[in-house]
Design a protein around this ligand. Structure first.
Ligand code: NDP
Length: 262
């Protein structure tokens, strides 16, 4: 594949879990606009179809595969279907996740709250990484020389999040997970990084961002004076999928409008 620009992703294939909505949608849109073929893995067939329709006509093709990332067999089937359609998996953005609400004190948390959070945010990433990395390793051995893993963490990895301990710990674990993958899979041409979004307007944060008390506390502290939008994650996704980032691994990249430096 002859590429005209280093950010041209033509011929590459990325998987974005939870790519039908929010941050994952922004990542998918960015990648496809740069020519990358993208497989969305997410559960809701209606959201999947709507996202595919909305992204028609971009330089890369977007397809969606119904997949609950907490179900290992579904993840493995989605990986096979992706390779059947696009011929490879060069990148994985493990973005699917759930939030914790943040309303109930830690003292009232049940084991089931923790289990559900860990199930989606960690086991989901585990299954997706295992399925994608198996393909990336095989592809490397067959001469296809790049692989990318991006685990969508959160600034909750860095900041204390009251009443949402179970969410924050999954996000810190993802950063640690990325560093370990970076070391084990560098020999197969794979880079692994975590991405730390700040507060971003999505379905997950709708209630939070409509809370005046929260908004009045966070916006003045955010140098860009706004919350993130899904499109704010397009650029970093293109860079991480491109050949330009081939020496950039084991890192945690923050996209938060400057919130974390104040
Ligand atoms: P959204 O609710 O908009 O998106 C969540 C996505 O995850 C949806 O596409 C959903 O699709 C998918 N998903 C959820 N559970 C599963 C599952 N079991 N299997 C497959 N897909 C699943 O939220 P965001 O865009 O805000 O969140 C995306 C990621 O960004 C999350 O990991 C979140 O923790 C992280 N993040 C978000 C921040 C924010 O402020 N919004 C800040 C920091 C990090 P479907 O329902 O079809 O399965």
């Amino acid at each position: 594949m002859q590429r005209t620009h280093p950010m041209d992703l033509s011929g590459k294939v990325a998987v974005v879990t939870g790519g039908n909505s929010g941050i994952g949608f922004g990542i998918t849109q960015g990648l496809a606009s740069a020519g990358c073929n993208v497989a969305i893995w997410a559960r809701d067939p209606e959201k999947n179809s709507a996202a595919v329709k909305q992204l028609e006509g971009l330089a890369g093709t977007v397809s969606a595969f119904a997949c609950d990332v907490t179900q290992r067999e579904q993840v493995q089937a989605a990986a096979i279907a992706t390779v059947q359609q696009f011929g490879a998996i060069d990148g994985l953005f493990a973005n699917a996740g759930i939030g914790g609400g943040g309303r109930n004190s830690f003292l009232s948390r049940q084991r089931s709250d923790w289990e559900q959070m860990i199930e989606v945010n960690l086991y989901g990433a585990f299954y997706a990484c295992q399925a994608a990395l198996e393909h990336m390793k095989t592809q490397f051995e067959q001469g296809r020389s790049m692989g990318r893993v991006v685990l969508v963490s959160s600034i909750a990895d860095r900041f204390g999040t009251a009443s949402n301990e179970h969410y924050a710990l999954t996000k810190s674990a993802l950063s640690s997970f990325a560093r370990s993958i970076a070391v084990e899979f560098a020999r197969y041409g794979v880079t692994a990084n975590s991405l730390l979004p700040g507060y971003t307007a999505t379905a997950m944060t709708k209630d939070l961002l409509e809370n005046d008390k929260f908004t009045q506390a966070v916006l003045p502290r955010t140098p860009m004076r706004r919350f993130g939008k899904s499109q704010d994650f397009a650029g970093i996704a293109i860079y991480l999928m491109s050949d330009l980032s081939s020496y950039h691994t084991g890192d945690s990249l923050t996209i938060d409008g400057g919130y974390s430096v104040t």
